[in-house]
Design a protein around this ligand. Structure first.
Ligand SMILES: Nc1nc2c(c(=O)[nH]1)N[C@H]1C(S)=C(S)[C@@H](COP(=O)(O)OP(=O)(O)OC[C@H]3O[C@@H](n4cnc5c(=O)[nH]c(N)nc54)[C@H](O)[C@@H]3O)O[C@H]1N2
Ligand SMILES: Nc1nc2c(c(=O)[nH]1)N[C@H]1C(S)=C(S)[C@@H](COP(=O)(O)OP(=O)(O)OC[C@H]3O[C@@H](n4cnc5c(=O)[nH]c(N)nc54)[C@H](O)[C@@H]3O)O[C@H]1N2
Ligand code: SF4
Ligand SMILES: [Mo]
Length: 577
């Protein structure tokens, strides 16, 4: 049995792991480079569910499977919803989609994560191909734009030493503290900053004209759109100075530039437009298809692969899910009661569902209300494959140990397929299907076949190979007397897995005492949390990390205008005195 596997978590880095003497260790090769992060360093400390239960009573796995079969038999297929999240990012997780789609049940559509930004990327470029960390390593200047690498992509850090770093983030993050230029932009002002940067680039004759003629001939029209922005008022609105815009342009001119974006920029209704405007700035600089240049985002872990799981099915929103349209909801690898927007709505509608089945590793808000709880096997106890959304690596996740607890996604699907007379291939056949997409490198590691080192070398994947610019601006209204809610990722949790944060962070000058409990509310709900001061946060914002219990009482279940994504930072909040 090979002792290598990979981290299954929804994370840019997709670390390669060696399992030795019952311990998880970092592989010394590639991006992993000998270190993991707190999640995997302390993986064994986090208690997982060992015993299935039905209506609060512990039962055996055999009884649980029988119960599951009974529940599914007693519902019409169209009364069943399969709701799957990304607690484990490996490819075999999708095998349950195969069962539920074949059974005739509903799957979900839309995204809690990066879908708005991805929609913007596809609208402009025609596809979503990422700039990899290996390419970022070759750049001279990096702009971290709404990405917090110390927390969410720490394996980038060794690659960017000695580079010029610019950070655009409303929170003064670790990377911002050490940046050559830090812009503490007002939340949700990035669209205008990206457009003004492009406008001033043009005014300064600093655009890559040759590139624009070849791959973005509509640039003049876009430039006109950028001219519709009133400079003085917009600078004030963004809390950015003309001097700072000049500094950015000076720093990026004629340099190899990587613009590294995260989900922070697109947790808003017009998230797609924000991403597209940042891409347009990259296009004006001629960054695409060149070594060490480009715009990085979350890419797609599925790029250059196909699924062996036929998942054609009816689908309903993953963001604003009408759970109560269903008699039975099967939740896998997700904690929707905490992580979906507008938790109070979710709680209310899910309370009307007769059978809520939770198939996961940890106890949480969702396992608490579930009728039937089925523990999964952890990644060390099952075979799988992991592709990355950030780089081109392909990891075979070899099973490392037998576990008496839980059931794998494949075994559960096999049981259900057999129970309901649906054909299913062997686990090995599915794994082999995925392995076909890999190619071995000289050092023995694998990458995904056909993914390019530098994407868009010969133009874009739009119909005519040219970049499509934004043509108009959405008018987004916001309440000016309230505070922005910043709800980013925490270092010690992976969304709601592991050690979850429990505070609200705000600037000390707002006048609330440390550890005093305050009540925060939005149009949708209220949450009470103890205060921690943090002067790295703007005075017009408060910060509550993803995974904090109750944070999503405050958020909206509306979709982004493009990309069917959640918009966790759209609603403003007030502190009730
Ligand atoms: N430790 C840890 N790592 C994780 C995760 C985790 O929960 N914990 N989650 C994983 C997942 S699911 C994802 S999607 C990725 C996300 O990885 P990131 O994109 O890095 O995630 P966030 O922390 O949500 O947002 C990044 C930054 O955006 C900033 N930001 C917020 N609003 C704005 C804005 O309006 N404009 C600008 N310019 N910046 C803004 C935030 O202050 C934050 O510093 O991380 C993955 N990695
Ligand atoms: N306020 C706020 N809310 C957010 C965000 C935010 O930044 N702020 N971020 C959003 C984003 S980007 C994302 S991606 C979502 C994430 O939201 P979810 O997808 O709900 O993610 P988690 O909270 O990590 O829950 C993962 C679940 O998967 C289970 N699990 C882990 N491994 C396995 C396995 O191998 N098999 C099975 N069956 N289960 C497993 C865990 O036990 C846990 O219950 O949250 C979104 N919600
Ligand atoms: S969560 Fe990310 S950084 Fe941590 S071990 Fe997994 S892949 Fe690596
Ligand atoms: Mo995410």
């Amino acid at each position: 049995m090979s002792n290598t596997t990979a981290c299954p978590l929804d994370c840019y880095d997709s670390c390669s792991i060696v399992y030795e003497d019952g311990k998880i260790k970092a592989n010394k090769t590639g991006l992993t480079n000998g270190f993991l992060c707190p999640h995997l360093n302390h993986y064994a400390k986090h208690k997982t569910i060992t015993t299935p239960r039905y209506k609060g009573v512990e039962i055996t796995m055999d009884e649980a499977l029988l119960k599951l079969k009974e529940i599914l038999s007693s519902s019409y297929a169209s009364e069943i919803l399969h709701y799957r999240g990304h607690g484990n990012f490996a490819l075999m997780q999708g095998v349950t989609d195969y069962f539920f789609a074949s059974f005739g049940s509903y799957l979900t559509d839309g995204n809690l994560c990066d879908g708005a930004g991805e929609a913007g990327i596809i609208e402009g470029r025609g596809s979503n191909k990422n700039m990899t960390p290996q390419e970022i390593a070759k750049s001279e200047v990096i702009i971290f734009w709404g990405r917090n690498p110390h927390t969410t992509s720490s394996h980038l850090l060794p690659l960017i030493k000695d580079k010029t770093v610019i950070v655009i983030d409303p929170v003064k993050t670790e990377i911002a503290k050490n940046a050559d230029l830090y812009i503490q932009i007002k939340p949700h002002a990035d669209l205008y900053l990206a457009m003004l940067l492009t406008r001033f680039l043009h005014i300064n004759d600093a655009c890559d004209e040759e590139y624009l003629q070849k791959y973005a001939s509509e640039f003049e029209e876009y430039y006109e759109l950028t001219q519709s922005i009133r400079i003085k008022a917009t600078l004030e609105e963004m809390d950015v100075t003309l001097g700072q815009i000049g500094q950015i342009i000076e720093m990026v001119e004629n340099k190899k530039v990587a613009i590294v974006c995260g989900v922070g920029i697109q947790k808003y209704e017009d998230g797609a437009d924000v991403m597209r405007a940042i891409d347009a700035f990259g296009v004006a600089l001629g960054l695409f298809g060149k070594e060490g240049c480009g715009v990085a985002y979350l890419g797609s872990s599925r790029a250059n692969t196909t699924s062996p799981f036929n998942t054609k099915s009816k689908r309903i929103s993953k963001v604003n899910t009408p759970f109560d349209d269903f008699k039975t909801v099967f939740i896998q690898g997700s904690n929707p009661l905490a992580q979906m927007p507008n938790s109070l709505r979710v709680k209310e509608v899910i309370s009307r569902v007769e059978n809520v089945i939770y198939f996961g590793l940890h106890e949480n808000e969702t396992s608490e209300i579930a009728t039937l709880v089925i523990p999964a096997k952890d990644f060390l106890s099952k075979d799988d494959i992991r592709t990355s959304y950030s780089d081109n690596s392909f990891h075979i996740m070899n099973k490392q140990r037998d576990s008496q607890y839980g059931i794998s996604e494949y075994d559960l699907s096999k049981y259900l397929c057999e129970a309901f007379d649906i054909d299913i291939k062997s686990e090995e056949e599915y794994l082999n299907h995925f392995k076909e997409f890999s190619i071995k490198q000289e050092d023995g590691s694998f990458i995904v076949k056909g993914r390019e080192e530098q994407a868009y070398k010969n133009g874009f994947d739009t119909d005519d190979g040219e970049f499509l610019f934004l043509e108009e601006l959405e008018k987004i209204k916001s309440e000016n007397d309230k505070l922005h809610l910043i709800t980013p990722k925490s270092a010690k949790s992976l969304n709601s897995q592991f050690s979850r944060d429990k505070y609200v962070y705000l600037h000390s000058s707002l006048g609330f005492l440390e550890d005093s409990i305050i009540s925060i509310s939005s149009k949708n709900g209220t949450i009470k949390l103890p205060v921690k001061h943090n002067d790295n946060i703007r005075k017009d914002s408060i910060l509550i990390y993803s995974g904090t219990k109750g944070v999503n009482n405050l958020t909206s279940s509306k979709h982004s205008l493009d990309g069917k994504n959640a918009i966790f930072q759209e609603l403003k909040v007030a502190i009730d005195s």
